[in-house]
Ligand binder design. Structure first.
Ligand SMILES: *[C@@H]1O[C@H](CO)[C@@H](O)[C@H](O)[C@H]1NC(C)=O
Ligand SMILES: *[C@@H]1O[C@H](CO)[C@@H](O)[C@H](O)[C@H]1NC(C)=O
Length: 996
């Protein structure tokens, strides 16, 4: 109405005022794909109603422009500074991609400048400090680099300075301590050069937030910080700070949150922190603190106390239980002793309690769940004793319960079995007794029930069959008895059923065919009877089957042949009849012993009398053979001696070679031996030299010579530096053993091997393009187009998938790296070098662990650090590194990446700078989408937890789908990954290494 009225009053059309004209120029300079600025209409009289624009009054000058999250792109619109009364400017979250020009100072009335989350580059303009009115400066999340300009010490009214997530690489300057008006100093996540925290920051007496996470801080925390009496949040986490926590921090009378985690702080927690009456969160985990938790700290109304992975010792003060707000206590991985305070949980709504891996003893406090909020009770690896308090049986909030490796005893309270939200119940290695209550039927979320090594008795209740989500039931090493309830056999989600070492009896029924997801079935050492049901052959993902030490009788079902078993043990039963032929393999040679009625084409079966007679014959035959051999040898020796007198040494050499071939050969060993010229060397490494040999039939082969045994002075085999006796012999055998048997298009062919006492040769098909590593990191590397690289990734994945899933026995390569992936003439890839490969042990019960660490720097999966257990998941990690290597064309360990390995570098660069900074710039950007999908697969394969890595079979599938452009599956991959990007220090780390 008002407008209309004006319009009638002034019949002529207004022309746009000065400010509106300036904003039109701003509009013209920006790329606006979403037409965010469509309301900026040049026919209006005034810009005051345009979106994002505010004026002092309807027709007066513009005071504020807010274009946040408008998807605008282009250079910083300097012209905007001609708005003479502009006080607030926000371009937050756009794609402003220029430098910030020096003439920004022309915005002389600015109070707020928010340019965070853009693509600004270059140095911070020192002229910013010339804007006298500036109060709020936020440049978070850009690409600013270089130093913080000295002029920044001269801000007169600045209250907020936020430079988080940029590329600033100078030091943190003391002059920031001059900005006495400052309330917020946020410099986190910049690659600063090592800096001390300037003591001058103690002059910032108005400061409320000091956020200096991951700023490469060194040295000690200055005492002067204790003067910051208005400070609310002090965050110095993820730096290299040393020394003590200064007692002066007791002067931070308003502080709510102190984060010091992941530094190298030493000494005790100062009791002065007990003065901090508003402190709610103290996280000093992952330092090297010692001593006990001071009593004084417990007077603080803490909500969260994280002190894990220090060297704290002594007892937890009883007064901590008086804290009225404490809901989270994580103090795992220290050396704390004594009992937990009796009243813990009584006054505070305790939600998470993790005191694992300490030396606590005594009873569990009865009131942990008094407020009804306890969700996680994690106390593994302590010396707690007594019974589970009856009160916990009503704690319906519980989701994770881990009481393993303590000294608990007595029976588990009835209600405790049936808590409705519990997902994990782990009681391993205690002395619990009594029966599993029928109330367990109420635990409808239970997925992992782990009761091994206790003294439980009775039978499994029928109700256990109603736990539809049950994935693992491990109850080995108890005194359970009776037959398995029928309902158990209908559990379709069950992956592991381990009941070995009990007194179970009865029969397995055909009902077991519902165990569609069963991976591991271990019923060893019980008293089961009856036949092994035929249906066992339908459990298609079963790969671990141990029924040994029972009284199973009848025939071994033929259907068993259709399973791909890594472990099969039917020994010591009463099985009879014929062994199904495909089970009569060397790898199963111990799987059937102790079944007197069982016959088959395998050593040790079919009655012991026969066996003894046979042995008699064998002995006789052997003696005859040995005698004959000796005569023959004597003859040969004599002949050889004669021969030697008139033949030259070189010819003699040749006769000593023994040849073993795995394919039909069109050449002989002499031809190869003669061509081993130094001129033909195409590679050399710690294990030996590789020669390229062109044979007379036109074929080319690669010959690898390994050094072994004792070395003659004048022979062809000269010792090399780095030669380790014994190791090479093993490598040679491993290579011959595994590779000789394999036929797959993506696995390098071993034609034959020849050996003498001194020297061993492996003859492979020749790969004209050498190794992926050499190719990728040579000058030619940049020329490898995306499609070629993708094919290499897919080929290698197929080769590895064959080793893991299709070869019998499955093979873990253990040294996947780009140098062990060879490239043929058509840029197809083949997996090579099986020197440390291991067939997964199928016979012994021993865990699949290795005595030595294999693998190459930068490719080794993180779990190697705490366990030598190797499985295919470690290969998958290494393969993930290869993917990242191919996409980034950076080496897994490279000075260019700084402290980080490739995996960490990719993750942090992705987070901080985006995918463009990760992908090899030589790759054609039109494949960007596909490349980023492959990168996601690489990241998935390098998940820190082995369990999160996909199998190779799935990897191949994902790659094929990406190649075929199947969108759906890719969203899934992304989602998978997104779920796991939480920083690891937030996880319950004590929880990870311990699931056995
Ligand atoms: C900045 O963004 C604009 C608009 O998208 C684009 O045309 C220009 O090339 C970019 N400039 C730089 C240096 O990236
Ligand atoms: C600032 O701090 C330094 C070192 O802590 C001190 O020497 C100096 O006197 C302080 N300046 C002011 C103005 O308080």
């Amino acid at each position: 109405m008002y407008l209309l009225f004006l319009f009638l009053l002034f019949p002529t059309v207004f022309s746009l005022n000065q400010d509106g004209f300036i904003l039109q120029q701003v509009k013209l300079s920006l790329d606006d794909p979403d037409s965010y600025l469509s309301s900026w209409n040049s026919n209006d009289a005034s810009p005051c109603r345009w979106s994002g624009v505010s004026c002092a009054g309807d027709f007066s000058s513009v005071t504020s422009v807010d274009l946040s999250s408008a998807n605008l792109a282009g250079p910083f619109p300097s012209v905007i500074c001609r708005l003479s009364n502009l006080a607030h400017l926000s371009l937050y979250n756009n794609s402003i991609n220029s430098t910030l020009p020096l003439n920004i100072a022309a915005c002389k009335s600015l109070q707020t400048l928010d340019l965070s989350q853009n693509l600004l580059t270059g140095e911070l303009p020192q002229t910013l400090a010339d804007i006298p009115t500036l109060v709020h400066l936020d440049l978070t999340g850009n690409n600013f680099s270089g130093d913080i300009p000295a002029s920044f010490g001269k801000f007169e009214n600045l209250e907020v300075l936020s430079l988080v997530y940029n590329l600033l690489d100078g030091t943190i300057p003391p002059f920031l301590g001059n900005i006495s008006t400052l309330k917020m100093l946020n410099l986190s996540y910049n690659p600063f050069s090592p800096s001390r925290i300037p003591p001058e920051f103690g002059n910032l007496t108005n400061l409320e937030v000091m956020w200096l996470t991951e700023c490469h801080l060194v040295g000690q925390i200055p005492d002067s910080l204790g003067q910051l009496s208005k400070l609310v949040d002090l965050d110095l986490a993820l730096n290299d700070l040393v020394g003590h926590i200064p007692p002066s921090l007791g002067g931070l009378t308003n502080v709510v949150q102190i984060e010091l985690y992941n530094n190298s702080l030493t000494g005790e927690i100062p009791p002065e922190l007990g003065n901090l009456k508003s402190l709610r969160l103290l996280d000093a985990s992952m330092n090297q603190l010692t001593g006990k938790i001071p009593d004084e700290l417990c007077r603080v109304p803490l909500e969260s106390l994280n002190l894990y992975e220090n060297n704290l010792e002594g007892e937890l003060p009883a007064s901590i239980a008086l804290s009225p707000n404490l809901y989270e206590i994580r103090i795992f991985g220290n050396r704390l002793t004594g009992g937990l305070p009796k009243d813990l949980g009584l006054n505070s709504p305790l939600r998470w309690l993790d005191v694992s891996e300490n030396e606590f003893s005594g009873d569990l406090p009865a009131d942990l769940c008094a407020k009804g909020e306890l969700e996680e009770l994690l106390i593994i690896h302590n010396s707690f004793s007594g019974v589970i308090p009856e009160s916990l049986a009503d704690c319906r909030s519980l989701t994770r319960i881990r009481l393993a490796y303590n000294r608990f005893s007595g029976s588990v309270p009835t209600g405790f079995w049936g808590l409705p939200h519990v997902n994990l119940l782990e009681l391993v290695n205690n002395s619990f007794s009594g029966e599993i209550s029928k109330s367990i039927g109420g635990a409808s979320n239970l997925s992992l029930l782990i009761l091994s090594n206790n003294e439980f008795t009775g039978s499994l209740p029928e109700e256990i069959g109603s736990l539809d989500n049950l994935n693992q039931l491990s109850a080995s090493g108890n005194k359970f008895s009776g037959s398995l309830p029928d309902s158990l056999m209908s559990l379709g989600e069950l992956g592991t059923l381990d009941l070995h070492g009990n007194q179970f009896s009865g029969e397995l029924t055909s009902g077991i065919k519902s165990w569609k997801k069963l991976n591991e079935l271990n019923l060893a050492d019980n008293e089961f009877t009856g036949k092994i049901p035929d249906e066992i052959g339908t459990l298609s993902v079963l790969n671990y089957l141990d029924l040994s030490g029972n009284m199973f009788s009848g025939k071994i079902p033929v259907s068993l042949q259709s399973l791909k078993l890594n472990q099969l043990n039917l020994s010591y039963n009463r099985l009879s009849g014929d062994l199904p032929p495909s089970l009569a393999k060397d790898m199963y040679k111990n799987s059937f012993i102790g079944n007197p009625g069982l016959c088959g084409d395998i050593k040790g079966l079919c009655g012991s009398e026969n066996e003894a007679k046979k042995r008699g014959y064998v002995w006789l035959l052997r003696s005859i053979f040995v005698l004959a051999a000796m005569v023959l040898l004597a003859g040969v020796a004599w002949f050889y001696f004669k021969y030697r007198t008139f033949k030259k040494a070189r010819a003699m050499e040749r006769s000593k070679w023994t040849l073993m071939s795995f394919h039909k050969l069109g050449f002989g060993e002499h031809e190869i031996l003669e061509s081993l010229d130094e001129d033909n060397v195409i590679g050399a490494g710690a294990s030996g030299k590789v020669y390229k040999v062109v044979l007379t039939n036109g074929e080319t082969v690669a010959v690898k010579r390994l050094w072994t045994g004792s070395v003659k002075e004048t022979g062809d085999c000269d010792p090399e530096k780095g030669y380790k006796p014994g190791v090479q012999d093993e490598a040679f055998e491993a290579e011959v053993e595994t590779l000789g048997k394999i036929r797959h298009k993506n696995i390098v062919k071993l034609w034959c091997c020849c050996s003498t006492r001194d020297c061993k040769l492996l003859v492979y098909e020749y790969m004209p393009n050498g190794s992926l590593g050499d190719l990728l990191h040579s000058s030619k590397g940049g020329m490898l187009g995306w499609q070629t690289r993708f094919k290499i990734i897919l080929d290698a994945a197929e080769g590895l998938s064959y080793l893991h899933h299709d070869s019998v026995p499955p093979i873990v390569h253990r040294d996947i790296k780009s140098n062990n992936i060879l490239i043929d003439g058509d840029y197809g890839a083949r997996v090579a070098d099986f020197g440390v490969a291991k067939a997964v042990d199928l016979t012994g019960k021993a865990p699949k662990s290795m005595s030595v660490i294999a693998g190459s720097c930068g490719y080794i999966a993180p779990e190697y650090a705490y366990t030598l257990r190797v499985n295919e998941k470690s290969d998958i990690y290494s393969f993930g590194v290869v993917i990242l290597e191919i996409v980034t064309r950076k080496r897994p360990v490279d000075p260019e990446l700084g402290e980080k390995d490739l995996v960490k570098w990719v993750c942090s660069t992705l987070d901080q700078k985006g995918i463009e900074h990760v992908i090899d710039p030589k790759l054609d950007s039109c494949f960007k989408e596909e490349i980023s999908k492959i990168l996601n697969v690489g990241l998935l394969c390098t998940s820190p937890l082995p369990i999160n890595r996909p199998s190779m079979r799935r990897v191949v599938k994902m790659l094929q789908e990406i190649g075929g452009g199947d969108e759906d599956s890719l969203h899934k991959i992304r989602d998978d990954k997104d779920g796991k990007l939480t920083p690891y220090y937030n996880e319950d780390t004590s929880d990870q290494g311990s699931i056995a």
